[in-house]
Design a protein around this ligand. Sequence first.
Ligand code: G
Ligand code: G
Ligand code: NA
Ligand code: MN
Length: 253
Amino acid sequence: VILETDLRRALEKQEFFLVYQPQQCLATQRIEGVEALLRWNHAERGIVSPADFIPILEETGLIHEVGDWILEEAVRQAVDWLQQGLNLRMSVNLAAAQVENPNLINRLCALVKDYQLPPEQLELEITESTAMQVPEQTLLNLRKYKQCGFRIAIDDFGTGYSSLSYLLQFPLDTLKIDRAFVKEITRGKRNRAIVTALSTLSFHLGLTTIAEGVELESQRDYLDALNIDEIQGFLIARPLVPERLLEFMRAYE
Ligand code: G
Ligand code: G
Ligand code: NA
Ligand code: MN
């Protein structure tokens, strides 16, 4: 079992790191952005998945400290790449407690100001389930993020319960179709219906649509025929440490 003290120590000992997964434009093949994903390099267990410890960070409230570290590290990395001529949109996942925190907006604004990152280069990913936990509070906070110029993505779309009336009110830029739907896409008409409907909805709302979890050429070919802007998944690349991401981008050009 993972304990609060383990996670506190991990933060102090700098055992957390970020990996970055490319997001590719279907029309141009260009890499438009990356999603930052948290990893923990544990002395005995090796690399631990965030699925195993994000819930504990949330329960213990450590998510605020770790979340601040994630945001700063991602912004620092985005600026570092910019200085090397690599202009990539940087997407960062926000946990429910972060979105509910009324002070997060001040931290975010100070962060991009300190690092001189154009705010529209930072995209904040919020899952549909997170957004719907306290939808009124989320709506207010998302509007503040938007006023400061940040992009907002709704993540894992289609797996939670969202009211479409909230979808209309949230100031979104991007809709990410959950990988569970992408997985089934080549398995018949009924499975395709959902991806088709979600991509149509997103397109007509004027959002950038990203399909997640694309692993196969056959899935990409199917998505290519829909109104989908970008794909993310093992077919393009796994989440990569910064040095590997640079190599990937160089090989790509
Ligand atoms: O990268 P991986 O598939 O192992 O991630 C597992 C889960 O952890 C996913 O649901 C992902 O969204 C979540 N996750 C990964 N990185 C972060 C992060 O930096 N912050 C938050 N809140 N969740 C993350
Ligand atoms: O919940 P969220 O969408 O943020 O989760 C993203 C997670 O999905 C990442 O942690 C990443 O490791 C995982 N992932 C990314 N691409 C693929 C893929 O093509 N297939 C599968 N099975 N998982 C993926
Ligand atoms: Na995400
Ligand atoms: Mn997702």
